[in-house]
Design a protein around this ligand. Structure first.
Ligand SMILES: CC(C)(COP(=O)(O)OP(=O)(O)OC[C@H]1O[C@@H](n2cnc3c(N)ncnc32)[C@H](O)[C@@H]1OP(=O)(O)O)[C@@H](O)C(=O)NCCC(=O)NCCS
Length: 157
């Protein structure tokens, strides 16, 4: 992939799965929020790197609300994909699913939006390929992402 050719959302998609062990949780067996945040950031950064084909840094993480507890013994899957590509910035949506591997029951625990910036060898922002929608749903998701990014930039000023 080169920076002149647009990429699709599917090109960036990353699925990370992690088994929640005792070291991930408190004594009651509830997984620490920070463990999930780290997984979300890892999956998000990989999706951004897949799009940019360069190193990236995290510049913003929107609020993260956990709607359901995640417990020791569950499999956590983070599905991350690009929703926006600016000049050097990229927004990634990361969805977190907790699964009981024995019963197969799955719970969507949270969705997070993160912004990454592609950087060059000197740590300066580096241009990324454009993002090409392939369905009307993807076009709508990209528009919503652009609006979120405009709000973040306004908030920064
Ligand atoms: C990312 C970094 C290189 C950007 O440098 P900068 O001088 O702010 O560069 P710019 O102002 O040109 O911003 C670069 C892009 O990031 C976007 N951006 C910067 N801050 C942002 C924020 N808070 N939210 C959303 N986007 C942001 C800009 O809009 C711009 O996007 P564009 O190129 O698509 O138009 C610099 O801020 C940095 O190194 N930050 C630390 C990152 C890091 O270490 N993260 C891990 C923390 S543990």
């Amino acid at each position: 992939m080169t920076s002149s050719e647009p990429n699709t959302i599917a090109d960036s998609r990353v699925i990370l799965t992690h088994f929640m062990g005792m070291s991930d949780a408190n004594i009651l067996g509830n997984v620490h929020g920070g463990v999930i945040m780290k997984l979300v950031d890892e999956a998000g950064a990989l999706a951004a790197m897949r799009h940019a084909r360069s190193p990236v840094v995290t510049v913003a993480v929107d609020s993260m609300t956990f709607m359901e507890p995640i417990l020791v013994g569950q499999l956590v899957t983070v599905r991350a994909e690009l929703t926006y590509a600016g000049t050097s910035s990229m927004e990634v949506r990361a969805e977190v699913i907790a699964e009981n591997p024995i019963s197969g029951s799955k719970t969507h625990t949270n969705t997070a939006y993160l912004v990454y910036v592609a950087i060059d060898e000197e740590g300066r922002p580096h241009p990324v390929p454009k993002l090409k929608p392939t369905t009307p749903q993807e076009s709508a998701a990209m528009l919503a992402a652009q609006e979120r990014q405009e709000k973040r930039i306004k908030g920064r000023k």
